[in-house]
Design a protein. Structure first.
Length: 91
């Protein structure tokens, strides 16, 4: 099984609606590692790593978001994998 890592940016009404907590919970439930953080432009950004299938599921969760969120776009790009990462964090 191949491992993939993405960087992502989620835009819309995504800050102040528990988006980071939701993202961390979803990532941990499907075995994705990485992080999520609020950006100064009002978006949510981060990186995620896991199997191809897990990353596909993760991106679906990003597009949906928690109930109070209103996601207008999700942009993600493949980046180099990182070794030794064992959890998904909200710094």
């Amino acid at each position: 099984m191949s491992t993939k890592r993405i960087s992502y940016t989620v835009k819309g009404e995504v800050q102040g609606v528990n988006f980071r907590s939701f993202t961390q919970k979803q990532a941990r439930s499907i075995g994705v590692t990485g992080f999520v953080t609020n950006a100064s432009d009002g978006s949510v950004q981060g990186e995620a790593q896991g199997s191809d299938d897990a990353i596909k599921q993760f991106v679906q969760h990003l597009n949906k978001g928690p109930p109070a969120a209103s996601v207008s776009s999700v942009k993600h790009d493949d980046i180099s994998t990182k070794s030794g990462e064992s959890s998904f964090n909200v710094p």
